[in-house]
Design a binder for this molecule. Structure first.
Ligand code: ZN
Ligand code: ZN
Length: 450
């Protein structure tokens, strides 16, 4: 049981939600899912202390067992690294019946709904997410600080787009000169044209806490005036943005569908491709050679094409959506054959977000369970430069653990039924969700009395 000391942490008077370090746990008799080797380590003990994994191995070899550990017998259970969704948009909140309302609502409206979305993701098993446009630094910090529960967030700030690009939400009859930045109601994107504006935009996003830079490198489904096959940004613009990101120790990832757009982006230094639905084998091989990551997001198209959500998209987007959906599974097959490092992405907007785990089922039509599980653990950890801290159950890593009642290496779609199979979700050593009597939640903030 957590002991809540009120006075031990410096600054806890100023930030009254600050909790003491999480209690230690000892999970015994566990089946540990090793996502690197693709094997199960049976009858293993896992110890977490102060939010980190401090021991993984046989019970008999524990060097000095720390005291006051909460022991949980995990006989017949599987302990898997916390999941990582590498393409989300927290700002596109639920509560509106069509896409145009998911974006463009006042700042306070979407901000106040994001804690709901963030905690839902965490309770599904996602302990880390990468927001590809729209999430703000204050949100990331609030979760980090423990003001409310949610996954660890990596942010792009605003996604950068040219005039008439995928981040420009104006229709063809709107004559307003769009600033597209933080002063408009376009929370997802920022508009920049020409090398100086592109450089300024990257520097501004970095200043505002971006962990990486997201650019719109081709036409998109949800944007009103561009065609899917359009290239967006010139070589000089992309190179300038890549250089500015590189100067700040980070990288650029690009929204891109076609072979031409993917090549335009990676030839000019982009290190990640989002969606990539039309990738062909030679281009996929080039991506693998250059170490470019691919984050497909098939579930977004599948949901938008479903009977349930068929009116969510405006008509001009529905046609584009059905085109990219059709080629999506083939792109996965091609990328896998070429050896491209793939990451898990959902990209679901508004109320469609509740389908976040369906991507597991979709990908399992063409990929192995291990390959899919890697895409939701080690691969995105590596992409974000956290290969030594996230994505595996290993000594010294963050204690991000999902407890399952089935082996995900045999069937990765167990993640698609969190209420049935995900018994517990631990992030940084705290249990934020339990669906199992043997495990108590301890992620709450205790009532504080001065
Ligand atoms: Zn996109
Ligand atoms: Zn997106």
């Amino acid at each position: 049981k957590p002991t809540m000391s009120q006075t031990t942490l410096p600054g806890s008077d100023i930030k009254p939600w600050t909790r003491p370090a999480p209690q230690g746990y000892k999970f015994t008799n566990a089946n540990i899912v090793d996502v690197e080797s693709g094997t199960i380590k049976e009858s293993t003990t896992l110890i977490t202390t102060e939010g980190k994994i401090t021991y993984v191995g046989p019970e008999a070899s524990i060097p000095v067992s720390p005291t006051n550990l909460e022991t949980v017998d995990c006989q017949g259970k599987y302990l898997c690294p916390g999941l990582f969704d590498a393409h989300v948009h927290l700002c596109a909140v639920p509560g509106f019946s069509d896409l145009s309302k998911a974006f463009g609502n006042p700042n306070d409206v979407h901000l106040l709904r994001q804690p709901y979305t963030a905690s839902q993701m965490l309770h599904r098993g996602f302990t880390s997410i990468r927001d590809c446009g729209g999430a703000q630094l204050a949100l990331k910090e609030a979760i980090e600080d423990g003001v409310f529960p949610g996954p660890r967030v990596f942010i792009a700030g605003h996604a950068l787009s040219q005039f008439g690009g995928h981040g420009d939400l104006r229709g063809p009859h709107e004559a307003t000169e769009c600033c597209g930045g933080t002063h408009s109601n376009n929370h997802l994107g920022r508009i920049c044209n020409g090398v100086p504006e592109c450089m300024a935009a990257v520097r501004e996003e970095i200043r505002c806490g971006a962990d990486f830079i997201k650019i719109m490198g081709s036409g998109g489904v949800a944007s009103p005036t561009d065609k899917l096959e359009h290239l967006q940004f010139t070589a000089a613009e992309i190179q300038a943005m890549v250089e500015c990101a590189d100067n700040a120790g980070t990288f650029v990832t690009a929204h891109a569908y076609t072979v031409k757009a993917i090549r335009h982006c990676i030839d000019n230094g982009v290190r990640g491709i989002e969606h990539g639905n039309f990738v062909d084998l030679p281009t996929a091989k080039l991506m693998a050679e250059k170490g470019v990551y691919l984050t497909p997001t098939l579930i977004a198209y599948a949901q938008m094409a479903s009977e349930r959500w068929k009116n969510y998209l405006p008509i001009e987007s529905q046609t584009k959506n059905s085109i990219v959906l059709k080629s999506g599974l083939e792109a996965l097959r091609v990328a896998s054959e070429a050896g491209v490092t793939m990451c898990y992405g959902s990209d679901l907007l508004g109320p469609l977000g509740s389908a976040q785990t369906h991507e597991f089922a979709l990908r399992s039509q063409v990929l192995s369970s291990l390959e899919i599980l890697r895409s939701a653990t080690v691969n995105p950890a590596k992409m974000m430069g956290c290969a030594d801290a996230l994505g595996q159950i290993k000594m010294g890593f963050h204690a991000d653990v999902v407890i399952l009642n089935k082996n995900p290496l045999e069937d990765v779609t167990v993640f698609d039924k969190p209420d049935t199979h995900v018994l517990g979700v631990m992030k940084d050593g705290r249990v934020y969700k339990s669906r199992w009597d043997a495990l108590l939640e301890d992620g709450q903030i205790p009532v504080r009395v001065q």
